[in-house]
Design a protein around this ligand. Structure first.
Ligand code: NAI
Length: 209
């Protein structure tokens, strides 16, 4: 499947398609037209067709999309057909909540270990995940074939913590610290800011005075 040169905007929309198609599959809907998908998702049918054409179309004219197939193919584009092994760094309030969110496992994201500078946390468990000292990160990543790290350390520690990961074999960082990390080309990074979302909500709430 050709997916080179796909715009970031299209890629950003794929998780939403994946989510809706998962729900439709769950409800037993076997086929769906772009018009019907458009109605449910509040996206124009032509936008949907254009987005899917980037990946070869998926649909059959006049026949609609096979929900199961489409869900599966979008999942493959998103890399969800592969398992991902993760570590988390900074096992405080947010870090522990993320580890405890069991739905990641269903999607193939597995936490293998957590790391923290606080010695009182070492050797303790969050759910089924052990917290280790920071100096064990590099050997742990190699031993467990870890490809992703989740960063939930304070902002001031984020850059130096990310740098510890660069030569370990980690391929991606999911960063929650309130700083936009810039990583070397061999490391993908996704900076997550829940606060941006609530600021948008606040704007919408107040835009009319
Ligand atoms: P917390 O204080 O409960 O946890 C932080 C943990 O990081 C502690 O266990 C601490 O010992 C550990 N830590 C501190 N320095 C470290 C270092 N150099 N190396 C390894 N571990 C270190 O804080 P909380 O509430 O869990 O927040 C964590 C981070 O997530 C903060 O940066 C916060 O601003 C951010 N945050 C981001 C959100 C987002 O939407 N992106 C939402 C909520 C919090």
């Amino acid at each position: 499947m050709e997916d080179k040169g796909i715009s970031r905007a299209v890629i950003t929309r794929l998780p939403r398609y994946y989510r809706y198609l998962g729900d439709l599959k769950h409800e037993g809907v076997e086929r769906i037209s772009s018009q019907e998908l458009s109605r449910i998702m509040h996206v124009t049918a032509s936008q949907i067709r254009q987005d899917f054409n980037n990946f070869g179309g998926f649909g059959q004219q006049g026949y609609g999309y096979n929900t199961n197939y489409l869900h599966q193919e979008i999942g493959k584009i998103l890399g969800l057909d592969k398992d991902h092994y993760m570590i988390l760094i900074g096992a405080g309030n947010l870090g522990q909540a993320i580890i405890k969110y069991m739905h990641f496992k269903k999607r193939g994201f597995y936490f293998k270990g957590a790391f923290d500078i606080d010695p009182s946390l070492h050797g303790t468990m969050v759910d089924t995940v052990m917290i280790y000292p920071m100096d064990q990160i590099a050997p742990f990543v190699k031993e467990h074939g870890i490809d992703m790290a989740v960063l939930t350390v304070p902002k001031a520690a984020a850059k130096e913590t990310a740098e510890l990961l660069y030569d370990t074999g980690i391929k991606a960082i999911w960063n929650f610290a309130h700083v936009d990390l810039e990583t070397p080309p061999h490391i993908e990074v996704e900076n997550v800011h829940l606060y941006d979302s609530i600021m948008k909500l606040s704007y919408n709430l107040h835009k009319n005075g």
